[in-house]
Design a protein around this ligand. Structure first.
Ligand SMILES: [Zn+2]
Length: 336
């Protein structure tokens, strides 16, 4: 009830007006960086075999968000952020970096054509074991496909039998099992997914962009960044393996695409002080978490930068409010 009232408030003209005023007042401040995280931009139901939890926006919503950013914010590139962190050029006021994680194919279909048309820089974080391996499917999409199979009325898991008779039961089961997987060590989690999903979840088409498409996007101006090879939660593997996954994905990108900056996004936000320090020793200059918030670059740890995850239910004014220091924490309460 409170959430519904809050969303109604966020959608109201008065709230949008107040955010617009704050954006103007914030125009003199520099050194603050907002980073947006998107996963998929697609029509709901266009790829019914993929988990809708990864949908960040419809193409129409995304277009409205990008037009608002183009009009009121300074959309900066990863190189601009690297320059600012290295002290060779401050960021403009109201700086925002747009990032996409996982390199789903809909990025090239819906997001990039619009970003390119508006001249907005973007960074795409690629888990490099996936391109050109269409049989490899992210574990959450496999789990979703296994739970969506209408022939299944129940799922036997190592933890017991779970009913899948109704859409509500399926939704609940997906949420519960997804949290269960995230709480396990990576190898145990993947073994568990293998056990539960079996053959389910092999898609008809690749879900991740192939190397030819990634090379094309890079040539057109998309910045590519490392996101490990196999997308483990790297705070749930050994430090040596975390380093190998991170450096391996950067090497894969450099081999397949060419010049790629030493930037990284932690898969599913898995991060620890040890992992961040190890990435620094490995030569990474920027690393992005899923911790919500904005960054004061004078004080922030460049290897633990905060981001704002964009969910499909986020009203535009609430998103803009989250990007402002004055209203970030208040607007965070409206997040999905
Ligand atoms: Zn990811």
């Amino acid at each position: 009830m409170i959430r519904r009232a809050a969303v109604a408030l966020a959608n109201s003209a008065a709230f949008a007006g107040a955010v617009g005023l704050l954006e103007r007042l914030d125009g003199r401040r520099s050194g603050t960086l907002a980073v947006l995280t998107y996963h998929r931009v697609d029509e709901p139901g266009a790829r019914p075999h993929l988990s809708p939890a990864q949908l960040s926006a419809t193409p129409a919503t995304f277009a409205a968000q990008m037009r608002a950013l183009a009009a009121r914010w300074h959309v900066v590139s990863a190189q601009d952020v690297l320059d600012a962190v290295h002290g060779s050029g401050p960021l403009p006021p109201r700086a925002v970096l747009i990032t996409f994680d996982d390199a789903y194919t809909d990025f090239a279909e819906h997001a990039w054509p619009l970003l390119r048309q508006l001249g907005l820089p973007v960074t795409l974080f690629v888990p490099t074991a996936y391109p050109d391996h269409p049989a490899r499917v992210f574990w959450w999409d496999r789990l979703y496909a296994a739970l969506s199979d209408p022939a299944r009325e129940a799922l036997d898991t190592p933890g017991g039998r779970i009913a899948l008779g109704t859409p509500t039961e399926r939704r609940r089961a997906f949420k519960r099992l997804r949290e269960h997987v995230k709480a396990l060590d990576h190898d145990a989690a993947m073994a568990w997914v293998e056990d539960v999903c079996g053959e389910a979840g092999a898609p008809a088409q690749p879900t991740v962009l192939g190397w030819d498409a990634l090379r094309d996007l890079a040539a057109q101006g998309v910045t590519l960044g490392a996101h490990t090879q196999t997308h483990p939660l790297i705070n749930r593997v050994s430090l040596a393996r975390a380093r190998a996954e991170a450096l391996g994905s950067l090497d894969d990108l450099r081999r397949a695409v060419g010049d790629v900056p030493p930037i990284f996004a932690y898969p599913s936000g898995g991060v620890s002080a040890e992992v961040a320090a190890e990435l620094g020793r490995a030569g990474f200059a920027l690393a992005f978490t899923t911790e919500r918030g904005i960054n004061d670059l004078h004080r922030a740890d460049p290897l633990r930068l905060r981001r704002i995850n964009v969910g499909a239910g986020t009203p535009l004014a609430a998103l803009r409010a989250q990007m402002l220091p004055a209203t970030a924490s208040l607007a965070g309460a409206l997040r999905r």
